[in-house]
Design a protein around this ligand. Structure first.
Ligand SMILES: NC(=O)c1ccc[n+]([C@@H]2O[C@H](COP(=O)([O-])OP(=O)(O)OC[C@H]3O[C@@H](n4cnc5c(N)ncnc54)[C@H](O)[C@@H]3O)[C@@H](O)[C@H]2O)c1
Length: 271
């Protein structure tokens, strides 16, 4: 029976993944800092008939990830799929975002994934099997303006994942990196910004997206089952990434600037 651990598993994509694997009969353990949503998600997983567990787990605390690995080893004899999913968002210009917010973002979005990998890799090496699935973003491959810290952390998660897929291959460990564009979750709640216009735009892009977390979870599950390294869930943004790789950079940069000017012109008005 597949054993799954998911950070940030109490909301959005993490919860949708938890439910999708539970529906397939997997054992699912979620780790999150949101106690109320953890309890709700655990109840939903139990209602699906799954063997499930919820841990208070803050990805900024190395000991919390190590405790999660210890719990999985002690109770389920190991783990098959580790989703480093917990994340937060920003919005605003480089001159608007304080360094403290950069540090907050790096600590969760990048070092949270690093801590998850470090805590679980020794167990996966002993097993000689397992799959690390790091949730980055399309922002890790193409980098829109006014979200520099988010882009930088997600690009670093792509780089970390690419490094580990080669490093861990000889140990029988697979690595995937998931790069979605916007989809509906509670992510807008986490946005730190001093720029109210950008906060509204980010919230609109997330909350009004045509795609929900369940659809993304299904695509992620299929990509992970295939053993894809890049799991790209949004066809339009995938095409933009392929375009970026195929043309000289100034061609891509010009197209990106024109696209961004259009998007900024459509910013939601102040209420
Ligand atoms: N929603 C989108 O449009 C979108 C697009 C691309 C990538 N992503 C990525 O998907 C992942 C999941 O986000 P989501 O959209 O489902 O958002 P969400 O806010 O619905 O879920 C994120 C979860 O992470 C938890 N979390 C936050 N900080 C934590 C910490 N320090 N330790 C443990 N848990 C913590 C939150 O409590 C929450 O339950 C994130 O990495 C995000 O960057 C989201």
């Amino acid at each position: 029976m597949t054993r799954v651990f998911i950070t940030g598993g109490a909301s959005g994509l993490g919860r949708a993944l938890a439910e999708a694997y539970a529906r397939d009969g997997a054992k699912v353990c979620i780790g999150d800092i949101h106690a109320e949503r953890c309890a709700e998600t655990l109840a939903a997983l139990s209602a699906l008939g799954a063997e499930a567990h919820a841990l208070g787990c803050n990805v900024t605390v190395e000991a919390d990830l190590e405790a999660a690995a210890t719990w999985l080893q002690a109770n389920w004899g190991g783990v098959d799929l580790v989703f480093n999913n917990a994340g937060v968002a920003d919005a605003g210009g480089i001159d608007e975002m304080p360094l403290a917010d950069w540090q907050w973002m790096i600590d969760i979005n990048l070092l949270g994934v690093v801590r998850g990998c470090k805590a679980f890799v020794p167990m996966l090496k002993r097993q000689g099997s397992g799959h690390l699935v790091n949730i980055a973003s399309m922002a890790g491959l193409i980098h829109p303006p006014m979200m520099s810290a988010y882009n930088a952390t997600k690009a670093a998660v792509v780089a970390l994942s690419e490094t580990l897929q080669a490093e861990l291959y000889p140990h029988g460990i697979q690595v995937s990196v998931v790069c979605p564009a916007f989809f509906r979750t509670n992510l807008a709640e986490s946005v730190r910004t001093a720029n109210a216009d950008m906060a509204r735009l980010t919230a609109k892009l997330i909350n009004k997206s045509a795609i929900g977390a369940e659809q993304i979870a299904a695509l992620v599950k299929a990509g992970v089952a295939r053993g894809d390294f890049h799991v790209l869930t949004h066809p339009r943004e995938r095409r933009i990434w392929l375009f970026k790789r195929a043309v000289p950079f100034p061609v891509y940069a010009g197209a990106m600037r024109r696209q961004m000017a259009k998007m900024m012109a459509k910013r939601p008005a102040r209420s």
